[in-house]
Design a protein around this ligand. Structure first.
Ligand code: ATP
Ligand code: MG
Length: 432
């Protein structure tokens, strides 16, 4: 029992997770892979605030979307009355930033971001209230070249992570056409759903005259039949929209990337047009969408910027990490090269000077801290996964040396390194 005076321990907000070691190493590995990939594709990093004006999302995402209707963390800044929202996604923020800073003045920009997003949803596996997205946005390009580039970039990522297309991830593709095509389709859609109004759930009836396209995204089992029979937007596309879709398909086909045209794929935000796509998995149950993206050629103008096309995607990192675990993919283990064993408290200073010299020479050294017996220290050294123990024993240090003991090769000989000039051993130890 804690003493009565100790205050109750606090807990994290529901649906918001701590990312702790050793799991955080998987995050760092994934983030490193993503950073490296972006450099190879020529995408530059952009970092925008986590808090934005609420109006950005209401105007950008659309008023009748799940996110704006019921998932946003919106609040009033009590200091000045500003209406603010924790970002639920980052495309709107990126568009705001490129407009505010006139980033497209000298042509298109390819950008990527990584960070926390917030949605007030029911927490479950793969669905949290604070989650993380990696996203890429190609702004100022009309496509279909960059559309295909972004999709292929995802495939390269899956491959580098060790995921298998067809088994772990699948691509679904659709075109949402242009505004007039969507209007014609919308009229046909409303007529169809009006004729079957009795089969619609409450959400469906409400959306009938506000955002009927979103009815197609319904997961309500009883509505699947009338959704299935609804007029398909793809049948309303004119020659230009069809040519854009074909342009994307030609590249994917040539690259041998298999995909399914899913005429029901509409995505959750209103800002999309032409190309939309999702990478899905059936390893994560209802949270099966790992990556979603598409083209948003009117969003910049809608948010008050000089009209410019754009296309992008976002990957949910928690879901991707869950999928990697399901698929049995583990990052290469990270262990220190050496574990410093310090049995003599009075020899700490010369030992630490040598350890620092090794670290400066690029050798990772985990230093034992807090005393303990030689035996206990060797146990820790073993558990750390280090290749060597560096033993700062009294006799060795008196001779101006430190003992280097291989921990992973049974029978390998121990040797002594000079304390002065220990850094010269850096390359040897790094490559051992
Ligand atoms: P879902 O249909 O699963 O709710 P969504 O269409 O709302 O997904 P997007 O807005 O397209 O998702 O976001 C892109 C990606 O971000 C998703 O594919 C998913 O991987 C991830 N994501 C979205 N919401 C969450 C969440 N609440 N928790 C964890 N990841 C999420
Ligand atoms: Mg959602």
């Amino acid at each position: 029992m804690p003493p009565a005076s100790r205050p109750a321990a606090l807990q994290a907000v529901k649906g918001m997770n701590d990312i702790l070691p050793p799991d955080s190493a998987r995050w760092e590995w994934l983030e490193g892979t993503l950073r490296d990939l972006m450099a190879r594709y020529g995408y530059a990093n952009i970092r925008t605030p986590i808090v934005e004006p609420t109006a950005l999302f209401v105007r950008g995402l659309g008023e009748v979307t799940d996110i704006v209707e019921k998932e946003m963390y919106s609040f009033t800044d009590s200091m000045n009355g500003d209406a603010l929202t924790l970002r639920p996604e980052n495309t709107a923020g990126v568009v705001r930033a490129i407009t505010e800073h006139n980033l497209l003045y000298d042509g298109g920009k390819r950008l990527w971001y990584i960070g926390a997003m917030f949605r007030h949803e029911r927490p479950q596996k793969g669905r949290y209230r604070q989650f993380h997205q990696f996203g890429a946005e190609a702004m100022g390009f009309a496509g279909p070249d960059v559309d295909a580039e972004l999709i292929l970039m995802c495939r390269t990522l899956w491959r580098e992570l060790g995921l298998v297309e067809g088994r772990d991830v699948r691509l679904e593709l659709n075109s949402l056409g242009q505004i007039d095509e969507r209007r014609a389709h919308r009229d046909a859609l409303v007529a169809h759903f009006e004729a079957h109004a009795e089969a619609l759930d409450e959400d469906g009836r409400r959306r009938l005259h506000t955002n009927p396209l979103r009815i197609l995204d319904s997961k309500h089992p009883a509505m699947q039949a009338i959704v299935e029979a609804a007029p398909r937007l793809i049948d309303f596309l004119g020659p230009e929209s069809l040519a854009h879709l074909q342009g994307v398909r030609d590249v994917l086909d040539a690259a041998g990337l298999a995909y399914r045209i899913n005429p029901r794929l509409v995505r959750g935000m209103d800002y999309y047009n032409l190309t939309v796509f999702e990478w899905t998995t059936d390893r994560l149950g209802a949270q099966g969408t790992v990556c979603g993206g598409g083209r948003y050629d009117t969003l910049v103008e809608q948010l008050g910027g000089k009209p410019a096309p754009g296309v992008g995607f976002a990957i949910g990192l928690e879901r991707l990490l869950l999928l990697l675990a399901e698929a049995g993919v583990a990052p290469p283990p990270e262990a220190p090269i050496a574990y410093a064993v310090l049995p003599e408290a009075d020899l700490l200073a010369p030992a630490m000077v040598a350890i620092e010299a090794l670290r400066e020479a690029g050798v990772s050294v985990l230093m034992h801290a807090g005393g303990h017996s030689m035996k206990a220290q060797f146990k820790r050294a073993d558990a750390s996964g280090a290749r060597f123990a560096l033993v700062f024993g009294r006799d060795e240090v008196a001779r101006g040396e430190v003992a280097l003991k291989p921990l992973r090769e049974p029978g390998a000989a121990q040797r002594n390194l000079p304390l002065a000039g220990v850094a010269d051993w850096g390359p040897t130890l790094r490559n051992a």
